[in-house]
Design a protein around this ligand. Sequence first.
Ligand SMILES: Cc1cc2nc3c(=O)[nH]c(=O)nc-3n(C[C@H](O)[C@H](O)[C@H](O)COP(=O)(O)O)c2cc1C
Length: 188
Amino acid sequence: MKQNWKPGTLIYPLPAILVSCGSSDEEYNVFTASWAGTICTNPPMCYVSIRPERYSHAIIKRNMEFTLNLTTEALARATDWCGVRSGRDCDKFKEMNLTPEKGVKVSSPYIVEAPLSIECRVKEIVSLGSHDMFVVDVVNVVADDRYINAETGEFDMKRAGMLVYCHGEYFGLGNRIGHFGWSVKKNK
Ligand SMILES: Cc1cc2nc3c(=O)[nH]c(=O)nc-3n(C[C@H](O)[C@H](O)[C@H](O)COP(=O)(O)O)c2cc1C
């Protein structure tokens, strides 16, 4: 039997991203976001939906720039912590031993410990209700070369140990099932 539930957003799993923002040491802040994703490949565009009451919301609105830092199993505790504590009350970089490094193309810092950091410039803010959707252009990507495959030049997400958020719980990536297009290949 199937049940009909009231409308809700149950698209999982999702990433748990550390969003870093601010344009000076005093303003730097970081928070966790899962309502985030890709919306266009070319030009490269993403979105993050942020509740207006978040401390970071005003910081981002002021600077119109932020950085999406992908997270790993090693960063799981910091990722959760930055999602339940506010920069209004503490310095999350300091408390979680995260290192902010001056951004390359944006004023916001990237997190040195993150394997991949995506620098974003806000193009549009769409007020939707509980959340404002920040539609952004990706202006630069900072990749840790420890995870770049020397032969292919590709970023090795498996080796980085990416973190996944699923309905209130965090997981690692799990077993590899296939690769893009494998279902139609002769030699799988
Ligand atoms: C796994 C996880 C995902 C979250 N996703 C979002 C999100 O997408 N948007 C949002 O506004 N808050 C989200 N939050 C909550 C904020 O991270 C949290 O309120 C944080 O304390 C805000 O920090 P700030 O006040 O320093 O900006 C999430 C929290 C967790 C733990």
